[in-house]
Design a protein around this ligand. Sequence first.
Ligand SMILES: Nc1ncnc2c1ncn2[C@@H]1O[C@H](COP(=O)(O)OP(=O)(O)OP(=O)(O)O)[C@@H](O)[C@H]1O
Length: 485
Amino acid sequence: MERREGGREERAVICWLPLKSALREVRLISQEIWSDVLGYVRKNITEVEYHTWFAPVKNLGVQDGSLVLGVRNSFAQEWFRKNYLKLLEDALRSLGAQNPQVSFQVLPAAQDALLLPSDPPPPPSVPAPRASAPAPMESRKVLNPKYTFENFVVGPNNNLAHAAALAVAESPGKAYNPLFIYGDVGLGKTHLMHAVGHYMLERFPGKRVEYVSTESFTNDLINAIRDDKMTQFRNRYRSVDLLLVDDIQFLAGKERTQEEFFHTFNALYESHKQIILSSDRPPKDIQTLEGRLRSRFEWGLITDIQSPEYETRVAILKMNAEHNRIDIPQEVLELIARQVTSNIRELEGALMRVVAFSSLNNVPFSRAVAAKALSNVFAPQEVKVEMMDVLRQVAAQFNMPPDVIRGSGRVREVVQARQVAQYLIRELTDHSLPEIGQFFGRDHSTVMHAISKVSEQMGKDSELTAAVDLLRRRMKGQDDEDSDA
Ligand SMILES: Nc1ncnc2c1ncn2[C@@H]1O[C@H](COP(=O)(O)OP(=O)(O)OP(=O)(O)O)[C@@H](O)[C@H]1O
């Protein structure tokens, strides 16, 4: 464990250890911030400037609350400091950073030349230029390594779809063919499809799995017709063991694609190859879909995925946090799960936003911090402070585990932290003295004594006063200034 000598410095370092461990995966998290920052920057400078200066910049993650950007050489470093620092800080401010910090590092030549796979996609607000020709045959997509059965949280909203997908994975071409999964955006249809693909490839590495969106299928068809390559097209789609087609509702109104898909479907079905289709609606609601296709889609099993209920949302967030090795308190996850109710993609985005916010502002996770981080995007939530919130914040501030504060230790620092925690709980929550006493395994008179002791010291002991003020602001989500004090 990292330790430095010297009172204040030591506290500053150790206080943020949980946050530092949260930042281990910060490169991943900060792509989200970086995409938003680029979106902001692009709106505020010319395209030429953007491409000259920002396109080559590499996001190196957040370190100690500062967004670190890799630039090509010391000239660019200087240029950025002089010309773009303020713009970048404004961009971070627009994302909720209260004391934004940006630093620039000159990249080693090799890294500069290398486009790391973690580089962010272009910001969504400014779409990348689109080629006028349709995508080439290679538009096939690969399976997302994250979309496995192990990473899929099962709840009442999706247990039937999950069971069906598992059955299909175990007996492809036999259990349900086709499997038709429908549901609103961002609820896990693609995840389940890919999970079947992974499962099959793990058990039978020689099998051919093809995942394609309906749009890519259509583009491939157009290209094949244009380039006179229909035989290759047919070979490609009719020789697979598992065909996964996303967003099949986009077949609506495309007669030629429907015709070709009909033959692909028949060829696969007759040779007992598995087909899985996803859609935002059941086959009967897809307008202008040929009757013969609709009836084929209904041959197997049609199953839906609904919005997840609260417990499933919390479980998904927990799994995501663990996956990214982010140590985030349960009550913060619960707050996010209450805030984002319908869409899992948004739920994951909200978690990222909270992690980004707390790393950029260098504050530990708390419900108030999470509420603030989400307030720009979702309706602001009134956060009721809980005893556990206070205990955790006091523990971080006094650099000792919460259990030690609640324990029986009589060391001066521990007693002081315990008294501060009791004082703040009394002030910030509705709990009675006996309830607070019970939380600390003590009686109400001890709590009364703690409160009068802290009240007495406030104003006299400046360090304690500053710590209590800072904690109070943090609990109320008002820690506007830098919170390293
Ligand atoms: N049950 C779940 N457990 C864990 N993660 C999930 C679950 N359901 C969805 N997700 C995650 O939510 C995100 C969105 O899921 P996915 O892309 O599969 O949704 P979709 O229904 O295919 O959406 P769209 O219709 O927009 O394509 C993904 O990151 C996925 O991993």
